[in-house]
Design a protein around this ligand. Structure first.
Ligand code: RIB
Length: 301
């Protein structure tokens, strides 16, 4: 069984700040670094570091070659990433504050130049029982979902960052959703938060997508899993919050790697939460994602 992550590759320009810059304000940052990122690349990295046979498909310009080179270090197959000389590599301007929180400004660039020919070529290499993991940072997602379903490939969708395009996708084809509270409220059409009773929110999402399995990530409140037979909750593991960038991607990649590998839901949630806790305790997105050995050996309090 192979896992294809069809998604974004970004150059992350990261600035450490005391507080996020506001309208009409100019501030100085405390540090700057240029790193690998993009939800597609990050989730592919998490899958591979968790031990899955992982393929990344996407698009970059020549300036993005270091992104694919970096992926090879942890055995992500980047043979389906094409080079588009006519555009910029996708990038993100990321501010990280003293609490480790971030805010992100994206420029899609090459990430939104994925052609249907490219998608057809990629899918010639995958068969029934394989998985495709998608986020919302590339174009032609509806086409990818339909193509995957035609071939009986399992579709996992992380609708992040959520925007109006998501509502146009054939979401009834999705096998597994991994979404946060805000995405869950938007996609289910829920106007209320049920006073923090997140199981009710998960049930509202499940009602909207009755054929899908739902994972709801809730930050400090943990994560919830729900399908038509079972539900389970996972709390967070304690770790110093240095930089939360990429923590959600780490959870997603680890959870799907475990699930696809036959692990129980509860164990997959536990491992994914531990991996995410380790990711927030380090700077950066891709490079903060731990390897499985570290996740298993770390002594959490
Ligand atoms: O989820 C974190 C990622 O979001 C960053 O690496 C950035 O590139 C944006 O895609």
């Amino acid at each position: 069984m192979k896992i294809l992550c069809f998604g974004s590759l970004n150059i992350d320009y990261i600035y450490e700040v005391n507080t996020f810059v506001k309208a009409e304000e100019t501030i100085s940052s405390k540090s700057f670094s240029k790193k690998c990122g993009g939800k597609g690349l990050n989730q592919a990295a998490a899958l591979a570091k968790a031990g899955s046979q992982t393929f990344l498909a996407g698009s970059v310009a020549a300036s993005g070659k270091f992104l694919t080179d970096y992926c090879k270090k942890f055995n992500v197959d980047t043979g389906f990433v094409v080079e588009n000389p006519e555009v910029e590599t996708g990038h993100a301007i990321i501010q990280v504050d003293t609490h480790g929180q971030n805010c992100i400004l994206l420029y899609s660039g090459a990430n939104r130049t994925i052609t249907t020919e490219h998608i057809d070529r990629v899918f010639n290499n995958f068969t029934a029982g394989d998985y495709v993991l998608l986020q919302n940072e590339i174009n032609n997602i509806a086409y990818i979902m339909k193509k995957a379903k035609e071939k009986n490939i399992k579709i996992v969708f992380n609708p992040s960052p959520l925007d109006e395009t998501v509502y146009e996708y054939p979401l009834d084809l999705v096998d597994i959703f991994i979404m946060n509270r805000v995405e869950g409220m938007a996609l289910s059409g829920c106007k209320e938060e049920y006073g923090g009773d997140y199981k009710r929110l998960a049930q509202a999402i499940a009602k909207k997508f009755p054929h899908s399995r739902i994972v709801l990530t809730l930050g400090k409140a943990g994560a919830l899993y729900l399908d038509d037979k079972t539900s389970c909750f996972q709390g967070i593991y304690d770790a110093p919050v240095v930089d939360s960038t990429g923590a959600g991607d780490t959870f997603t990649g680890y959870f799907i790697s475990q699930l696809a590998g036959g692990q129980s839901i509860q164990k997959a949630m536990e491992i994914a939460s531990k991996a995410a806790a380790l990711a927030v305790s380090k700077k950066g997105a891709t490079e903060s994602i731990p390897y499985m050995e570290e996740v298993l050996s770390h002594q959490f309090k």
